[in-house]
Structures are given as structure tokens and as C-alpha cells.
Design a protein around this ligand. Structure first.
Ligand SMILES: NC(=O)c1ccc[n+]([C@@H]2O[C@H](COP(=O)([O-])OP(=O)(O)OC[C@H]3O[C@@H](n4cnc5c(N)ncnc54)[C@H](O)[C@@H]3O)[C@@H](O)[C@H]2O)c1
Length: 375
């Protein structure tokens, strides 16, 4: 198959969909891989490295889209790319259709086969192509929190690990899933005292078993969240209710419980945010990541992994490459028949919307994927 890897064009998106190691694997499988010139620069991969891995460097995005049977990307195609998509072309990337009707209709018109990373679902309900970015965002949330806790950055001036004779900082994490556990590992590793809250009692049992002794767990309810806010130097929002907007677990009036210049990092901003003041303000950017309300520092960057593209590219592609190989090797139809996880990734075929959540979001007709595949 001819596979194209275009340069990402979304603002501040420095990841690329395949590192040279992935290209080498696909070429060894017998595929032709086109990489857009300088597409890997943001992730520190040069054209030469791609050439050594067996790729052909293509100067323009137009030529890549035009000559490829399958496009592998990181972010959804932007409006300027829609005109380059060909009917029947397979596009494997994050799509998040339900967040934009314009995007959904724009891609629907092209008649491509849209396979979305975010809906690829394993038999046990896990989302294997979202997990690596949650791992990155979870770990990064502490790194960002630590940075903004420094006084010159606007924070309380607390060293999370403390020093001999001085107590460590307090980190409160609401949500103990993939983001939460990765944040807790980082904060605990720095020596902070960590409190994790979740509503899933089995998950709390697990966390209590595996986390070090400077991590405590609490059941998540308004009373306990209020208690935790009182002592937090750094609060991390890490909840997810699949398919729903995040609820406001920290309301505006609860901010008053926090210490002056404490820091909130609401990782759940991409689902609306679980802190009311963050949800009402909306996402911030890597260029201008924080704002202050009631003397509390708020951080709400929606694409946190974009800040660490070298790590994020590798983390993402370690997870996507097995699926990319299967789709390229068998063709998307056979790959979907053989692998139910790939079947769940298919959001559109030839203008038919095959992921119910997307059709429902905009009241558009839904075609079950099996029907669209003629099974
Ligand atoms: N901003 C970013 O760049 C970025 C990157 C990756 C993930 N995210 C977001 O981070 C959030 C967490 O993702 P994840 O992969 O860890 O999800 P996950 O499903 O692994 O974990 C979510 C956890 O939240 C818990 N939860 C649900 N309601 C709760 C409540 N009321 N109180 C406490 N806990 C509650 C669940 O029980 C679960 O353990 C999601 O909103 C995700 O979209 C953001």
C-alpha cells in the first residue's frame, strides 16, 4: 500500500504520525511510505533519518494526499486539507468528529474511510490510542503544576518535595484513571504528599494497593473534595465520564477554600473541565497557559501532549503502529473483519457515518459499520 505521512499543520502541533522507526517497519512490510519534507522537524526527526528508514520525501502536502492510498496523521484534517482528500482514501488519525459539525460534514463530503484513534476500543472497554496521551498529560500535569507553583511564575512558591525540616507540598488529584495515576506517580516521586479521589471504589482499592505510602485515597464527593481543597498546593482535575461533558466538581464558591496562589491544572478541559472557573473560561494555549481567578492560578491547555512532542510522538506511534500495519497489510475492510478494535475505529465509509455518537451529535443518519462494509 502507498502510505502518506503529511506534516501536521494545526497551530503548535509538533508531533508527526510516524517516527523513522515506524516508517522502517512499514517499509519492511512491503509498503511505500511518503513523508512530507520537514514533517518531523518538530519531533526532532530529519528528512535524512526518514530517508535512511526507507521513506520517500515529498515536498508538498498536495502530492502526498494525491498519491497515497492511506494517510496517517495525528490531528484531524483542517479545512484547508479537506479538498485534498480522495474518495475511498483511508485516513487514520485523531478525528473527534462529535466536537465539530463543520469537521464532520467537511470530511463526510470527501467519501473517505475515516478511522478515528479515539474510538478504537478493546474488548475490555479500554481506549488504547487515547491511553498514551493520557499517560503523557498525567505526568506533564505535575511538571506544569510544579512550574507554576514557583513564585516568579505566579504560584505560592512551594517546593513540592519539601526539604529536611520543611513539610512537602500537597497535591490533590480528582480522578484516579490513567491521567490520575500518572500524575500521582510523578508527584509522589518528587516527594509531595498526594491525595487521590475517585468514585470507583474498586479503582481506589487498586490505587491504595499499588501507590507508595505518600499517596492516600479518598472517595470523591463534595464534602471530601472541599476538605482536600483546603490543603491543596496543586489540584489536578483528571476525571472522565465517557461520552459526557465533565461535571463541575469544583464550583466557583469552592475556590475560596484554596490557599492563595495555589495552582489548578484541569486536564479534563478537553471534556469541558471539572473546575467551573476553567470550564467557563475555556481552554488556554501553550503560549499563554494560565489565568488567575480569586488568587488561584488556573492552567487549562487542551492539547497538553503537544508541549512535549519528542515524547508524545513516540508514545502515540508505539500504540498506533500495530493497527497501521494491519490496516495497510490487509486493507481496511479485512482488517476490520479480523480485528474488532479496528472495526470500532471506523467512523465513516464513503459518506456514511458509522459511529453512532457522531451521527447522534448532529442528528445525521447513522449506518452500522457492518452494513457499510456489506457484511
Ligand atoms: N488536556 C489534555 O491534553 C488531555 C490529554 C489526555 C487526556 N485528557 C483528559 O483527561 C481526563 C482523564 O482521562 P483518563 O484517560 O485518565 O480517563 P480514565 O477513564 O482513565 O479515568 C477517569 C477517572 O475519573 C473517575 N471519575 C469519574 N467521575 C468522577 C468523580 N465525580 N470524582 C472523581 N473521579 C471521577 C473515573 O472513575 C475514572 O477512574 C479526560 O477528560 C481526558 O479527556 C486531557
Amino acid at each position: 500500500m502507498i502510505i502518506g505521512i503529511p506534516k501536521e499543520i494545526k497551530t503548535a502541533e509538533n508531533r508527526i504520525a510516524m517516527p523513522p522507526s515506524g516508517v522502517q517497519t512499514l517499509v519492511a512490510d512491503g509498503h511505500t511510505v511518503f513523508v512530507e519534507s520537514k514533517g518531523g522537524i518538530g519531533s526532532d526527526f530529519s528528512n535524512d533519518e526518514y530517508i535512511r528508514a526507507g521513506a520517500e520525501i515529498i515536498e508538498t502536502a498536495g502530492e502526498i494526499w494525491n498519491r497515497s492510498e492511506m494517510i496517517i496523521k495525528v490531528k484531524e484534517p483542517l479545512a484547508s486539507e479537506w479538498g485534498m482528500i480522495k474518495q475511498g482514501q483511508v485516513i487514520f488519525t485523531y478525528l473527534h468528529f462529535a466536537s465539530s459539525e463543520e469537521l464532520t460534514l467537511g470530511i463526510q463530503k470527501t467519501g473517505c474511510v475515516a478511522i478515528a484513534y479515539e474510538t478504537v476500543t478493546s474488548a475490555n472497554g479500554r481506549l488504547p490510542l487515547l491511553e498514551p496521551m493520557s499517560e503523557v498529560a498525567g505526568r506533564l500535569s505535575v511538571q506544569e503544576g510544579v512550574k507554576f507553583l514557583e513564585a516568579p511564575m505566579g504560584g505560592r512558591g512551594v517546593l513540592l518535595g519539601g526539604v529536611p525540616g520543611v513539610l512537602p507540598g500537597e497535591v490533590v488529584i480528582i480522578g484516579g484513571g490513567v491521567v490520575g495515576i500518572n500524575a500521582a506517580k510523578m508527584a509522589a516521586g518528587l516527594g509531595a504528599h498526594v491525595t487521590m479521589l475517585d468514585i470507583d471504589i474498586d479503582r481506589l482499592r487498586y490505587l491504595s494497593d499499588v501507590m507508595p505510602s505518600n499517596v492516600d485515597t479518598m472517595f470523591s464527593n463534595k464534602y471530601n473534595i472541599s476538605e482536600a481543597l483546603n490543603k491543596a498546593d496543586l489540584l489536578i482535575g483528571a476525571i472522565l465520564i465517557p461520552g459526557a461533558k465533565a461535571p463541575h466538581l469544583v464550583t466557583r464558591d469552592m475556590l475560596g477554600l484554596m490557599k492563595p496562589r495555589a495552582v489548578i491544572v484541569d486536564v479534563a478541559i478537553d471534556q469541558g473541565g471539572c473546575v467551573q472557573t476553567i470550564s467557563e473560561h475555556g481552554p488556554t494555549t501553550h503560549e499563554d497557559p494560565i489565568f488567575i481567578v480569586d488568587d488561584v492560578v488556573h492552567y487549562s491547555v487542551a492539547n497538553m501532549p503537544g508541549a512535549v512532542p519528542l515524547t508524545s510522538t513516540l508514545a502515540l506511534t508505539n500504540a498506533t503502529i500495530p493497527y497501521a500495519r494491519e490496516i495497510a497489510g490487509k486493507g481496511y475492510r479485512q482488517a476490520a473483519i479480523d480485528n474488532p478494535e479496528i472495526m470500532t475505529g471506523i467512523n465513516m465509509i464513503d459518506g456514511k457515518i458509522t459511529w453512532e455518537g457522531v451521527a447522534d451529535a448532529f442528528d445525521l443518519p447513522f449506518t452500522p459499520v457492518e452494513e457499510a462494509l456489506g457484511l
